[in-house]
Design a protein around this ligand. Structure first.
Ligand code: TMP
Length: 238
């Protein structure tokens, strides 16, 4: 497989063409951003940690019959994925109150929710990714009623699978963000990444953050913490 021209550069990844139109070559970058890009830094080692963590998690999700775009790991910072049209929605699932949920509703961080909550955000940098409801999604023609139902269902299935995975690593899954894409035949696949950049992960014993809140909130260095998540994932697979 050959790496072709750059198709897209995001905040944390570059996507390249390959000689197969159905396959994309992804390079994970060392850039960290927060506050919709207002806070930005190069953090050496971040790309390889998120690439490897995402690969292991997507393989785990595949073993749980959750369809996703991951094909294979190529190197420490590169992976192959199936080409999909990304649906411009961020699907957030919450198990425990934290972040914007806590702020919006004045619920202290750490309060267990009685059932998972699914939220949709419109991926639009100019608008600062606003939260939207189903009728907005239909009005903007981002997804059909059937697709919205499927996104919600897949997000909850991912939640159940990830809770099990992280429990086995002594980690509480607080919340996370997913993105989905459509294949040419309309099949919806889980896409993008699942990593400490896109999840809130708290150590079960110490309640310490093992995720990007370390960077967002200036709590220290993310690299040892992301490495700890990778170590626990790898240990699980042994
Ligand atoms: P929030 O509490 O800031 O809304 O974030 C909820 C979850 O979604 C949290 O695990 C971080 C993740 N997230 C992203 O991955 N990308 C984003 O742009 C945002 C806003 C949140």
């Amino acid at each position: 497989m050959k790496k072709g021209t750059l198709l897209y550069e995001g905040k944390a990844k570059q996507l390249f063409e390959t000689d197969d139109p159905e396959v994309i070559w992804v390079e994970y970058l060392n850039q960290a951003t927060a506050l919709n890009g207002a806070k930005k830094d190069q953090i050496s080692g971040k790309g390889e940690l998120n690439n490897q963590i995402t690969g292991l998690i997507f393989n785990f999700l595949k073993s749980k019959n959750i369809k996703n775009h991951f094909i294979k790991q190529l190197s420490e910072t590169e992976q192959l994925i199936q080409a999909v049209d990304i649906i411009p929605l961020e699907v957030v699932v919450r198990n425990v109150a934290a972040g914007s949920f806590s702020k919006r509703l004045a619920i202290p961080e750490g309060v267990q929710l009685n059932k998972p909550i699914v939220e949709f955000y419109y991926k639009n940098d100019e608008l600062d990714d606003p939260m939207i409801v189903d009728d907005h999604i239909l009005f903007l023609e981002l997804a059909t009623t059937e697709e919205i139902k499927q996104l919600r269902q897949m997000a909850l299935e991912v939640d159940q699978a990830l809770i099990e995975l992280f429990n086995s690593m002594d980690i509480t899954l607080i919340d996370f963000k997913l993105e989905f894409g459509r294949k040419k035949d309309g099949t919806i696949l889980l896409a993008d990444e699942v990593s400490p950049d896109t999840c809130r992960l708290w150590d079960k014993k110490t309640k310490e953050h093992l995720d990007k809140d370390i960077y967002r909130r200036d709590l220290g260095d993310i690299i040892p913490v992301y490495q700890e998540v990778l170590n626990r994932l790898e240990k699980r697979g042994e």
